[in-house]
Design a protein around this ligand. Structure first.
Ligand SMILES: [Zn+2]
Length: 276
């Protein structure tokens, strides 16, 4: 039923009465994550324990959740570039009373890294003195960007979903980059002259290397892709796995604010060690 098995585990915890009251969900796919989350919300609230026939409008509660009109369920998203205090206040005001139709009052904060300090602060009391009947879900693409006062009060999960490898944002650029630096002594020069101009924002570099990991992991799983990546043709699988480790290290450097130019050079030098 769930695309990501983490939610199965959450259902199990629910039955064992071990559910936390606040969760930080880091994901690469907001839509799939939210769709799983809605199924979870239905599962723990629906009297019929949410079955597939809840979807054909035979179940009022599940329909209300789908239409975002259940009073005890609030989803908020950034209003412009930020999640504002007034949006958080709506959650707090509405959840002063017990849920009537459902077991829980549930709030979802999408792109929660866009909470500013004052909106985050207004939520803290909520998080610090949790009531049994309130559950909160904070969704982000990068938990490192989430304000620490929120992070530290949540149970964290990473939810990765397979994406369609041929429709990636940076697929062509990834194959272009890898082919230009693979077994190429001019790789460092390529970094300085070409690659450094690929993106302006650190977040774009992050996405670039995250997608690169996906290309590799799908290749390792035997899934075909349309990008012509030379190293897949002549590098043995065990070395390709080592390259994935390297990309993960590179991602950590980018996340911890390292200098992009130095990070790219490190990538080329390490690739040279692995591939030769
Ligand atoms: Zn239902």
């Amino acid at each position: 039923m769930f695309e990501n098995s983490i939610f199965k585990d959450l259902v199990k915890r629910y039955h064992e009465n071990k559910l936390s009251h606040a969760f930080l969900l880091e994901t690469n796919d907001f839509n799939k994550c939210y769709s799983d989350l809605l199924k979870f919300v239905k599962t723990i609230n629906c009297e019929k324990e949410y079955k597939d026939d809840c979807d054909d409008k035979s179940c009022n509660l599940c329909e209300l959740i789908d239409n975002n009109s259940l009073p005890s369920f609030i989803k908020i998203e950034p209003d412009g570039t930020q999640i504002k205090k007034i949006q958080i206040q709506e959650i707090i005001d509405r959840f002063q009373s017990m849920p009537i139709f459902s077991k829980y009052n549930i709030y979802v904060v999408n792109e929660c890294e866009k909470m500013n300090t004052s909106s985050a602060n207004s939520l803290l009391k909520f998080l610090e003195e949790p009531e049994d009947n309130i559950l909160g879900f904070f969704i982000t693409s990068n938990k490192m960007n989430v304000i620490s006062t929120i992070r530290s009060r949540c149970q964290e999960y990473s939810l990765y979903y397979d994406i369609d490898v041929d429709n990636m944002l940076y697929g062509d650029l990834i194959s272009n980059y890898l082919n230009n630096i693979y077994r190429n002594n001019e790789g460092i020069l390529y970094n300085k002259v070409e690659a450094i101009n690929y993106f302006k924002e650190r977040s774009e570099w992050l996405e670039f290397f995250k997608e690169m990991i996906l290309v590799f992991s799908l290749y390792i799983k035997g899934k075909h892709n349309n990008y012509n990546i030379n190293l897949f043709n002549d590098l043995p699988l065990e070395k390709i796995i080592i390259v994935v480790d390297l990309i993960e290290t590179i991602l950590k450097y980018i996340q911890s604010n390292g200098n992009i130019e130095l990070i790219l050079d490190k990538f080329v030098l390490e690739m040279r060690n692995i591939c030769e």
